[in-house]
Design a protein around this ligand. Structure first.
Ligand code: 5GP
Length: 204
């Protein structure tokens, strides 16, 4: 592989489909991109798996990892803690992989302290009305919970301008193509192509 790896942060309000978009992006990247598995203190949900969706730990363990400097970033979201273990991220970057972090905006804001070159994508819904309809159609939340999610979504959207790219998730396939286009453009930047350029120039 000629390309250098980089860190890609993806954030979005709940209900914008960021996990679905990224799972399709990963399928199309043929192993060149990997997903960072976060650590959380929240309980495992039905259908989730240890080490696949999250590493599930107690609060004591979580804070021990912070103390030991194991976390790239972390945050308190709802009544739970979430954080990105730094070692797997570094290992994958060294292998030249694109490491994708699906994290909320607070953590997204802290990533560049450790990785100034990280690229950041914010996924938005076509409108707040559509977002509300999507949350209602899931049928998992009460009216109260939906109103809370909508208020949080508004706060998160206000921080979208801290990101490098905005991807609208109106049509899922188009949103996936947009993320792939961003990745490709980043891969083709001169910083990532210097080795290839040297190779070509040496031959000439
Ligand atoms: P959920 O509990 O629904 O899986 O996740 C709640 C929120 O936490 C989502 O916005 C998710 O993207 C975010 N999140 C998951 N892992 C991390 C992490 O390692 N760091 C941060 N800052 N947010 C995370």
């Amino acid at each position: 592989m000629n390309n250098k790896g980089f860190l890609l942060v993806v954030s979005a309000p709940s209900g914008c489909g960021k996990d679905t978009i990224i799972s399709k992006v990963l399928d199309k990247m043929n192993g060149d991109a990997v997903l960072s598995v976060s650590m959380t203190t929240r309980a495992m949900r039905e259908g989730e798996k240890e080490g696949v969706n999250y590493f599930y730990v107690s609060k004591y363990e979580f804070f021990k990892h912070i103390e030991d400097g194991d976390m790239l970033e972390y945050t308190n979201y709802g009544s739970n803690y979430y954080g990105t273990p730094i070692k797997p991220v570094k290992d994958q970057l060294e292998k030249g992989k694109i490491v994708i972090l699906i994290i909320e905006v607070e953590g997204g804001g802290n990533v560049r302290k450790a990785f100034p070159d990280a690229k950041k994508i914010f996924v938005i819904p076509p409108s707040m009305k559509v977002l509300e309809q999507r949350l209602r159609s899931r049928g998992t939340d009460s009216d109260d919970a939906i109103n809370k999610r909508m208020t949080i979504a508004e706060c998160e959207l206000k921080r979208a301008c801290e990101y490098d790219y905005i991807v609208e998730n109106d049509d899922l396939d188009k949103a996936v193509e947009d993320v792939l286009a961003i990745i490709r453009a980043e891969q083709l930047k001169i910083d990532n192509m210097k080795n290839k350029l040297k190779e070509v120039m040496n031959y000439a």
